[in-house]
Design a protein around this ligand. Structure first.
Ligand SMILES: [Zn+2]
Length: 232
């Protein structure tokens, strides 16, 4: 049997036993070993389906392990590979308008989006692209939180659309401690659909052709659990 398949099946067994971290270790190893050449050829549909299933179960593992935004990232990959699969419906159920894991209230959704945006900006600005110590994480989280509290008091967030809130969240520049001065603040993506010559708005399909809404595909807002591993 192919080695990726052995790891894949082991991963599924640990998922069934509710040991998501152990399952993830096997599923991630399967992902590294699964052959991905000729994925684009029309005759490779079973290979694409294998990979789509692998991403689906990886997502389940992340979800069960509490990494809810990484779960969504995996399900988006799965949905891109399998355009008719059930994973699309699942994605719509568990995501909010930021393309992030849906929280208990709109306010927490907003706060998580602000946190994800600022945290990834901070991590991106570091040469190492990662956070170091627990103390550093706490310090940055506290700094972002202070700005969030101030923002919530001054802006009328419930009246803004998701696109307006994203613009506002991105416009707020937090001065992080000296060792981490951001140098790429001006390179933030602005989503433009070049084929139609206009900016992409909330409800548009992604330009990559996945058929997913832009906000769920290449326009996703990264969650903290993704930013921490360098996925923006
Ligand atoms: Zn896309």
């Amino acid at each position: 049997m192919q080695s990726w398949l052995i790891d894949y099946q082991r991963g599924l067994r640990w998922l069934r036993r509710h040991r998501p971290l152990r399952a993830l270790a096997y599923l991630e190893r399967a992902l590294l070993a699964i052959p991905t050449d000729r994925l684009r050829s029309p005759r490779s549909s079973s290979r694409r389906a294998d990979l789509a299933r692998l991403f689906f179960y990886l997502g389940l593992g992340f979800r069960k392990a509490g990494m809810r935004n990484r779960a969504i990232g995996s399900w988006v990959e799965s949905a891109r590979l399998d355009k008719r699969g059930r994973v699309r419906r699942k994605l719509f159920r568990v995501t909010n308008r930021y393309g992030m894991a849906r929280q208990d209230s709109a306010e927490i959704d907003d706060q998580q989006a602000f946190y994800g945006i600022q945290l990834s900006r901070y991590i991106r600005s570091k040469q190492s692209h990662r956070l170091g110590t627990r103390a550093e994480i706490d310090m940055i989280a506290e700094l972002i939180d202070e700005h969030w509290v101030r923002l919530r008091e001054t802006a009328d967030l419930p009246r803004l659309t998701c696109g307006q809130k994203l613009e506002l969240f991105r416009s707020i520049v937090i001065v992080f401690p000296f060792l981490t001065v951001p140098h790429d603040l001006k390179t933030e993506d602005v989503a433009v659909d070049f084929s139609h010559g206009r900016r992409i708005t909330d409800g548009d399909r992604c330009v990559c052709g996945s058929g997913l809404p832009y906000r769920l595909c290449h326009g996703r807002t990264p969650g903290a659990d993704e930013a921490l591993i360098g996925k923006f």
